[in-house]
Design a protein around this ligand. Structure first.
Ligand SMILES: [Zn+2]
Length: 81
């Protein structure tokens, strides 16, 4: 008896693991926050790199606050003047 993964299984797995997972947890959000802010400020597309982050920030006040202060900090550090 051999077990083979069908494309459907892979699709299911991919849906479970992202990149289009519904939302990050606070822990995942915190872990990716640095990278996310850097990408935002480098005009890359952070939502492509960290899917689910924006949705989480919109739904989670604590992480949104973290995001705002980290972003302000990084902006101040990288300001041209
Ligand atoms: Zn959160």
């Amino acid at each position: 008896m051999s077990e083979r993964r069908t494309p459907d299984d892979l699709e299911l797995l991919r849906n479970l693991l992202g990149p289009e997972g519904p939302e990050l947890s606070c822990e995942q959000c915190f872990a990716e926050l640095d990278r996310y802010v850097e990408l935002e400020l480098s005009e890359a597309d952070p939502d492509l790199a960290v899917p689910g982050m924006r949705a989480h920030l919109e739904g989670c006040g604590a992480c949104a606050e973290d995001h705002r202060s980290l972003r302000a900090l990084v902006e101040a550090e990288t300001a041209p003047e």
